[in-house]
Design a protein around this ligand. Structure first.
Ligand code: NAP
Length: 344
């Protein structure tokens, strides 16, 4: 499929609280011409990820924000449409970071060629990509579950959480998922084989979680924070490990939104008296372990031990609404935008 223009979605305004459609602007620009040493990429899939909420904000973080008027950033799978680069031929499929647009130029920096015969190319943005690696690294390097231990994970039907629980199970742990709503809970329990699942929207969520974890929690993979953390915290066993991967419950919070008593002394007391190991991480710090992850994950997928679900939304124009929905739990599985048809 050849398009007449490069359609791009720009950051129009920094959100105050939850992002709104008016924080984004869609526009058409000319399709860029590759110079010598460059390739023209046509984006097939765009990954929508929670970290993008941070890039929309000017608040200090581990990465620079997207400028107002700039193309929203994002991981992509793309097809080489034209090549003036010796390392790439027309038709090659690559993992790139081309952002929320239909076409992009690249000089090859940071690209990874994908083999469409090895796995569906979209998986390079999910189970065999950044989210899958995040799960693998946080669990293997920080969580270190042992056979028989209880591993709990929040956002358990999502791109990261679904992989965390399945790897914990492969490593012999008892796995407890936390997810929003009966449909997601049923999928996590029945399709992914978690030992127990609790719905964080249930009125007696904390009680149900305690019942699901009769021996306490040895590893808690934190994706959410907020009331989910409040329910998990009393259940953490001595020497529990807590890879802090994400805090999506507070990504839309305005300064001053989070009220209540100062809970820091209680947290520090528990870290001291229960010897808790709470360790934040950004997946890039473990980049030298990626090859190990790819090998293990590809084997597990081939043997049916690692399953995944993709939530694919058609059309770049639908990216803002889909992204807004991600922050409200409306996605079910790894959220992707199909930007153009991979078969054309
Ligand atoms: P995801 O789980 O596919 O999608 C986000 C999910 O979060 C939603 O479907 C929803 O699931 C849950 N959620 C949203 N708002 C919530 C709220 N207020 N309270 C409770 N749950 C809420 O996303 P993902 O890509 O796998 O990311 C999961 C977490 O990992 C995020 O916090 C993300 O920032 C983090 N992450 C960190 C790194 C790193 O390097 N540290 C890398 C990748 C991702 P339910 O409907 O089940 O609640």
């Amino acid at each position: 499929m050849t398009m007449a223009a490069n359609t791009r979605i720009l950051l129009a305004a920094r959100p105050d609280g939850p992002p709104r459609p008016s924080d984004f602007r869609i526009e058409d620009a000319p399709i860029p011409e590759p110079a010598e040493g460059q390739i023209l990429l046509r984006v097939l899939y765009l990954s929508l990820d929670p970290y993008m909420r941070g890039r929309m904000s000017a608040a200090e973080s581990y990465a620079a924000p997207v400028e107002i008027g700039a193309v929203m950033e994002g991981g992509t799978v793309a097809r080489v449409e034209q090549s003036r680069h010796p390392g790439y031929a027309e038709g090659d499929i690559v993992l790139s970071h081309s952002g929320w647009q239909t076409y992009a130029l690249s000089d090859g920096t940071g690209l990874r060629k994908l083999d469409p015969a090895a796995a569906p190319v979209s998986t390079a943005l999910g189970v065999l990509g950044m989210p899958g690696f995040t799960a693998w690294a946080g669990l293997s390097i920080i969580g270190q579950p042992k056979p028989g231990e209880t591993v709990a994970v929040a956002a358990a039907s999502g791109a990261v959480g679904s992989v965390v629980g399945q790897i914990a199970r492969i490593r012999g742990a008892r796995t407890v998922g936390i997810a929003g709503g009966p449909e997601k809970c049923a999928w996590v329990r029945n399709e992914l084989g978690f030992d127990a699942v609790v719905d964080h929207r249930a009125s007696d969520f904390a009680g149900q979680l305690a019942t699901a974890c009769p021996d306490g929690i040895d590893v808690y993979f934190e994706n959410v924070g907020g009331k989910v953390w409040d329910a998990v915290f009393p259940l953490l066993n001595n020497h529990a490990r807590v890879p802090v991967c994400g805090l999506i419950a507070s990504y839309n919070a305005r300064p001053g939104d989070i009220e209540g008593p100062d809970r820091l002394p209680g947290l520090f007391r528990a870290i001291l008296t229960r010897s808790l190991h709470i360790r934040g991480f950004i997946q890039t710090e473990f980049a030298d372990r990626r090859a190990e992850f790819y090998r293990e994950a590809a084997d597990w997928i081939a043997s049916g031990r690692l399953r995944y679900r993709e939530d694919i939304v058609d059309g770049l124009a639908n990216a803002p609404q889909a992204f807004i929905g991600l922050l409200e739990g409306r996605n079910f599985g790894k959220l992707l935008i199909r930007v153009s048809d991979e078969n054309n």
